[in-house]
Design a protein around this ligand. Structure first.
Ligand code: TXA
Ligand code: MG
Length: 326
């Protein structure tokens, strides 16, 4: 819910001067959230290599699902550390970066980015934003920055710093403690998202750069069927990482020969525990990595303890339900 009752003197709002930037860099380095301007919309940023920091993004947004997030990098060379570029991807990056184009690419095998930014997919969305403040943040921290638009889930993307405050009026709720004010965003529309993991480039979300413009460089761009702003059309969802083993939800214990992925205290003989303290943020941070670990020949199934269906638990359960039915 948007609150219009916010103060322009809120201490979270910071000018992007030396002080403001170094405070924001310190927040990122410590695994906390920073709202910052890009040329498209304001982003809610976190260290993309830190599972807990990325989990805080979902927590703060109140997202009911783990949608994959865009990773922001300073240039093409940095992007190559995380993702595989085909000649077509190189060509698009050359032409449109920095700018409002996000490329979905295969993750490199040794990719150090959190699995949570990919929501379990074997692809990653990357973009080089065209904004001096975003640049200073990435250069100052040396970190890739995962950032969805800086609004609560279902809200409208913010194009001014004060819009970000309206999403998090309560300073004590999980949200950014630093909001860099860079004035209004020049583009004001999210980036165009193109999937180049497929043989044919596919439009996943229309945005700041028109398809016509992209087609001048890329040739024909295909449209994903299904609603825009969805990671993939349902038929393509099989590419979502799902364990090869059968998954049983709300399980009190492991099946014979199977593994138990526990949650919370008092779970005996769990092979892994998403969070022994019952902390949903910790569970979200561990989810994809632990599922991958347990999905091995050593076991015949994966049973998962009940997880409360509130807060981040909604997204965790959504993801697990899909893992158990695929
Ligand atoms: O302009 C923008 O893109 C802004 C600024 C902050 O950069 N960011 C933004 O992020 O709009 P977000 O999280 O609100 O939107 C990310 C979009 C979603 O439609 C998501 O489904 C898609 O990118 N996406 C991200 N990673 C993906 C992946 N691996 N495969 C398919 N789609 C992906
Ligand atoms: Mg958004």
């Amino acid at each position: 819910m948007i609150s219009h009752n916010v103060s322009p003197n809120d201490p979270r709002l910071r000018l992007p001067d030396e002080d403001g930037i170094s405070k924001a860099v310190a927040e990122l380095e410590q695994g906390r959230l920073v709202a910052f301007p890009t040329e498209t919309v304001y982003g809610l940023g976190a260290d993309a290599t830190n599972d807990h920091a990325v989990a805080s993004i979902y927590e703060a947004k109140g997202r009911p699902k783990f949608n994959p997030l865009i990773v922001h990098v300073p240039d093409l060379q940095a992007a190559r550390r995380y993702a595989l570029f085909t000649p077509l991807a190189e060509q698009l990056a050359d032409k449109f970066w920095p700018g409002a184009l996000t490329l979905v690419l295969p993750r490199k095998a040794d990719c150090p980015l959190s699995l949570l930014v990919s929501a379990g997919l074997d692809s990653v969305a990357v973009r080089v934003p065209n904004h001096p403040i975003a640049d200073q943040l990435m250069e100052g921290s040396g970190l890739p920055v995962a950032a969805p638009s800086a609004n609560r889930s279902g809200g409208i993307s913010p194009t001014q710093a004060v819009h970000v405050l309206q999403s998090w009026p309560d300073v004590n709720a999980p949200g950014p403690q630093v909001i860099l004010d860079g004035g209004p965003c020049a583009v004001g529309l999210e980036s165009t998202v193109i999937d180049v993991t497929t043989e044919r480039p596919t439009l996943l979300r229309p945005g700041g750069i028109s398809v016509e413009e992209i087609e001048k460089s890329a040739g024909k761009v295909w449209h994903a069927d299904g609603a825009p702003d969805r990671p993939r059309s349902p038929g393509m969802l099989a590419r979502h990482y799902a364990p090869g083993l059968p998954v049983h939800l709300n399980a009190p214990s492991a099946k014979r020969g199977g593994a138990l992925l526990g949650f919370g205290p008092g779970i005996q003989e769990a092979d892994r525990n998403l969070s022994p303290e019952g902390d949903l943020k910790e569970a979200a941070a561990n989810l994809f990595a632990m599922l991958r670990t347990l999905d091995s020949r050593q076991f015949t199934s994966i049973s998962i303890s009940p997880i409360p269906n509130a807060g981040l638990g909604l997204a965790i359960n959504d993801r697990l339900r899909r893992a158990s039915t695929l």
